[in-house]
Ligand binder design. Structure first.
Ligand code: ATP
Ligand code: MG
Length: 612
């Protein structure tokens, strides 16, 4: 897969400068070599996409390189696209270039404005921008149909393309295979004039879908089957969202894509490895259209990298659509979805996704990246950003029975403060955020698992006679069960508060506590819906090797609990992220959370615990 070819020259020494700090990869090496050699230094740019004459009238291109991200607007972007976005926009940013956002809408299938908008949002949210002076619109491949048609006529006139009227079955049979050369079509020797006349009939709607196609005339015996006269235009009587009914013939992707790149003066056209075998055709087409004077030289070049395969998710738009349409998830932005909108709602930050893209790097070798790598990047990012807070996810009431004795009244509340970020999470020079403030009173919520009537061996939390600290509050001594329901389930735990032991006061260390447990005050704690998300699939490679991914859905991927959270958490704005002490990272749901009616999503646990 990674043999050297002219398109993949040997590595050059990395350039000095800020980009040298980034881990290098084969694409960076190619770009650095091109910059050193001045491969693209003579290019001109007229301020908008166009043919050779258009750009010749422009200025020397101020962008040192041009890359592009070319999604088909037929679905929501996923984490694989995020890798491609970070790669293409990141390379342009690092090398003084520009990255184009281009909607690859040459297929006259119903495009949905919803998808276009979501792609624009996703790219911006990830932290990238395609705007250039005087031009802030993304490009649309369908704007280039006129040029593509002209390019096709040029190829016909120059003897490089012909209209083939074989049936699709004949064409397939005559293409041959790896061991067998193809057979020339009986229509291959038509004159340019005949071909042009036929092609114009195709354009004018004189023929039915599939009746004939325009093919490039290259080599029916080529060992690369993609060079055995590939189809470049087909008849499709379909309305296009941009060009309406102007066309009833549409270019094939393999023909359209190189032209889109060239019109936009792309230098490095980066795609996934599936397109490696298309590169010879890409280069063939560029050479023909440059020699015909239609496109500016030097031509863009295609480079391929291995697509991202992430464990425990599926990343095909078709399969993601199936999850949505069959209601296995609540929508494209379900926090379990590997879509960018899903990751965002789950609580992933743009920085964590950028870090992930950088960490996994780019190679030409297929591999699977473990989902925990993505989670690790999120933890790394949030460690320093997410304010801490206490939440009780499985609440049981704890009553401090001697409260009035110690503080004079059952209604008395004592104010507690704790840092929003621990010292270790504060970067040098960073001002610590204000402390969190919460109240302790006679009644607090504790975690059900923090009390055992009969403690198992080694248990250090609450059991009759044991002494623990309510984190940030007082040391208490457990006295036993306060109440049980009809099923024998504990509904109330009793303890005594030990005076003068409040955290941060001189007496704090006077009594030794066996453990510190998290809690939320009954007086100021706020009830919250907490959605405990887990992986969507139980299998690391749910759609590999023909497996039925729908049969591998994790039935426990969502558990909803009613929790109590401290006031600083209840005051969250949608999208605010927190570390719930001991439980992991949580985000205030961007759709359903409202101050006063908190809804949190679990992003990820504190450490990688999957499967352990
Ligand atoms: P899907 O197979 O999910 O439909 P696609 O490749 O058809 O995805 P496009 O809209 O054509 O989706 O892709 C836009 C860009 O994103 C392409 O340049 C493609 O190479 C890149 N891309 C898509 N999936 C991945 C992936 N898993 N890893 C890296 N890049 C990807
Ligand atoms: Mg595609």
């Amino acid at each position: 897969m990674s043999t050297l070819s002219p398109a993949n020259p040997p590595a050059a020494a990395p350039a000095a400068g800020p980009e040298a700090a980034k881990p290098s990869n084969f694409l960076r090496q190619i770009i650095e070599a091109d910059l050193a050699k001045g491969t693209y230094a003579s290019r001109r740019w007229a301020g908008s996409p166009g043919d050779a004459a258009h750009h010749a009238a422009g200025q020397p291109d101020p962008a040192k390189i041009r890359t592009r991200f070319p999604p088909e607007p037929n679905g929501y972007l996923h984490v694989g696209h995020a890798k491609s976005i970070c790669l293409n926009f990141g390379l342009a940013r690092d090398y003084g270039g520009v990255c184009h956002l281009r909607f690859d809408d040459t297929n006259p299938e119903k495009e949905d404005q919803e998808y276009v908008n979501s792609i624009i949002d996703a790219v911006k949210w990830l932290g990238f921008d395609w705007a250039q002076p005087g031009n802030d619109q993304p490009y649309q491949a369908s704007d280039y149909f006129d040029f593509m048609y002209r390019a096709a006529e040029y190829l016909i006139e120059a003897g490089h393309a012909y209209v083939d009227e074989q049936t699709p079955e004949q064409m397939r049979a005559n293409r041959g295979d790896f061991g067998k050369p193809g057979v020339d079509s009986p229509f291959r020797s038509r004159t340019p004039a005949e071909n042009l006349a036929r092609f114009r009939e195709m354009r004018d709607g004189k023929h039915a879908d599939g009746a004939m196609v325009l093919r490039a005339k290259i080599d029916m015996a080529s060992p690369n089957i993609n060079l055995r006269d590939p189809a470049i235009y087909r008849i499709k009587h379909a309305e296009h969202h941009n060009t309406g009914n102007k066309w009833c013939i549409y270019p094939m992707y393999t023909f359209a894509h190189p032209i889109e790149d060239a019109l936009e003066q792309i230098t490095h056209s980066i795609c996934t490895l599936e397109f490696e075998d298309q590169r010879p055709f890409y280069d063939w087409l560029m050479e023909r259209l440059i020699e015909g004077g239609l496109l500016a030289a030097p031509a863009p070049r295609q480079y391929e990298f291995a697509r991202l395969n992430l464990t425990y998710v599926v990343t095909s738009k078709r399969k993601l659509a199936q999850l949505v349409n069959e209601k296995h998830v609540s929508g494209w932005d379900d926090p379990r979805m590997p879509t960018i909108v899903g990751l965002r709602r789950r609580g992933y930050t743009p920085e964590s996704i950028q870090l992930f893209a950088e960490r996994i790097g780019v190679t030409k070798d297929y591999s699977w990246i473990d989902y925990s790598t993505l989670e690790g990047c999120l933890r790394e990012d949030l460690e320093h950003k997410a304010h801490r807070g206490m939440a009780v996810l499985d609440p049981v009431k704890l009553v401090l029975t001697n409260w009035a004795e110690v503080f004079g009244s059952d209604a008395y509340l004592e104010t507690c403060t704790q840092p929003a970020l621990p010292h270790s999470a504060i970067a040098e020079g960073q001002t610590p955020p204000p402390d969190r403030v919460f109240q302790i009173g006679k009644e607090v919520w504790i975690e059900r698992e923090d009390f055992e009537e009969v403690p198992p061996k080694g248990y250090k939390r609450l059991f009759p006679g044991n002494v623990v600290r309510l984190k940030g509050g007082y040391v208490i001594e457990c006295t036993g069960v306060g109440a049980k329901d009809a099923d024998g389930k504990v509904t109330e735990v009793h303890a005594k508060v030990i005076p003068n032991t409040k955290s941060g006061t001189p007496g704090a260390d006077s009594v030794k506590a066996k453990a510190a447990i998290t809690w939320v005050g009954a007086a100021d704690g706020v009830q919250a819906e907490v959605r405990l998300y887990d992986r969507l699939f139980t299998d690391a490679q749910p759609d590999a090797g023909g497996k039925d991914f729908l049969a591998l859905l994790n039935p426990g991927s969502l558990k909803v609990v009613t929790a109590y959270v401290e006031p600083s958490l209840a005051a969250a704005q949608p999208d605010d992220k927190f570390q719930f002490e001991r439980f992991g990272y949580f985000v205030a749901d961007r759709k359903d959370h409202a101050p006063g009616k908190p809804v949190f999503n679990r992003v990820t646990g504190l450490k990688d615990s999957w499967g352990k």
